[in-house]
Design a protein around this ligand. Structure first.
Ligand code: NAP
Length: 332
């Protein structure tokens, strides 16, 4: 067996074709697929099941993981860790931290852990998952793909009204201030979560590189481009945005690409994400990628002082310490 690929939000727009690409082209891998709702009343989980059923010999398993619960996330990581330790599941080759959440029509909502839901789903719980599973990678290492976005970089995303920024008071990330314009504030929370993920990835790589037993694990912050057929545009957004994307942007995609070559279909980024995760693209490289090109992330995300502050705070939020991660050296 070639190793396991763990994907969060595995019934998402990018993830479903990514799973198909994995099962079709790399059947010797095990697909560990987490979804928020595994029930057979969830239409997206059913689509994922249909994909899996087309590959009868595939080793693909669906698990429930709701990233708005830190205790569920730790429990899931512990169970998987145990299964890999006892050789019930093959060691990890990759983790794709693909799941995401936004709400462009309501104020920030707090999870059971007391964190902003966007920030916990997109960042904090992925930190807990990834740092909790580091010692379950195959001896020859692997790659962790953290999903960034152009939204991490001020002035790029068309929906941006408030530029993403790392606040001096980092607690404003977990309890953001309320803003009269819900759409602006919701996209700001999303952009900030992507900025923090990108910044954190740089710090993560520094610690991985310094650790002799983990230095063959690489982390990449990956901007998959603007996915015009994503169901994200139908969820927690205004009707106007949903209709605009469905009836104007999608049909005009061939033209839109001239103006912005990063606009594409989820299935295109799905292939790239798997190839990146399997280390077939820029093997052994770390850092920020736009589509499949190595690139520089935003200036603020490259500020090492901010990266270090976020590193420490993220571990605290995610309840990670030297006792529950193999990256002991990164914590006092
Ligand atoms: N779409 C774009 O244009 C775009 C652009 C740049 C970057 N990205 C990034 O690319 C990645 C994939 O995007 P996408 O367009 O495929 O998004 P999507 O279709 O909205 O899928 C998001 C996935 O995350 C899951 N999810 C949401 N809340 C969750 C929770 N609490 N626990 C566990 N899973 C949860 C969703 O499941 P449920 O539906 O069950 O909640 C869904 O499976 C994301 O990280 C996104 O930020 C996307």
């Amino acid at each position: 067996m070639a190793g396991s690929i763990l994907i969060t939000g595995a019934n998402g727009s990018l993830a479903i074709p990514a799973v198909e690409h994995l099962l079709r082209n790399y059947p010797d891998h095990t697909a560990l697929l987490t979804v928020r709702d595994p029930s057979d009343t969830d239409p997206n989980t059913n689509k994922l099941r249909q994909v899996i059923s087309r590959y009868p010999g595939a080793r693909a398993f669906i698990y429930k993981l709701d990233l708005t619960s830190l205790s569920d996330t730790h429990q899931f990581a512990n169970r998987l860790s145990q299964d890999i330790k006892t050789e019930k599941t093959s060691p990890l080759k990759s983790i794709l931290c693909n799941a995401c959440y936004w709400d462009l029509v309501a104020d920030s909502e707090l999870t059971e852990d007391g964190y902003d839901k966007t920030f916990q789903t997109n960042h904090i719980s992925h930190v807990a998952l990834v740092l909790g599973l580091l010692d379950r990678f195959a001896p020859d290492g692997g790659r962790i793909v953290l999903f960034s976005s152009e939204a991490h970089s001020p002035g790029r995303a068309i929906l941006e009204k408030i530029p993403p920024a790392i606040p001096d008071d980092l607690d404003l990330l977990i309890k953001p201030t309320v803003h009269a314009d819900k759409g602006a504030a919701g996209f700001h929370r999303y952009g900030n979560s992507k900025l923090v993920i990108t910044s954190w990835t740089h710090a993560f790589n520094r610690y991985l590189e310094k650790n002799p037993s983990l230095q063959n694990i690489t982390a990449v912050a990956y901007n998959p481009g603007g996915l015009v057929d994503s169901r994200i545009f139908d969820k927690n957004t205004s009707l106007a945005l949903s209709l605009l994307v469905r009836y104007i942007v999608q049909p005009l995609l061939p033209l839109m690409r001239y103006a912005n070559p990063q606009m594409r279909l989820g299935a295109e980024s799905a292939v790239d994400a798997i190839e990146l995760a399997l280390d077939h693209v820029y093997p052994g490289e770390r850092g920020y990628f736009e589509l499949l090109q190595k690139d520089e992330s935003s200036p603020e995300s490259r500020d090492e002082v901010k990266q270090e502050r976020l590193w420490v705070k993220s571990a605290e939020w995610a309840k990670i310490n030297k006792e529950n991660t193999a990256l002991h050296s990164a914590f006092k």
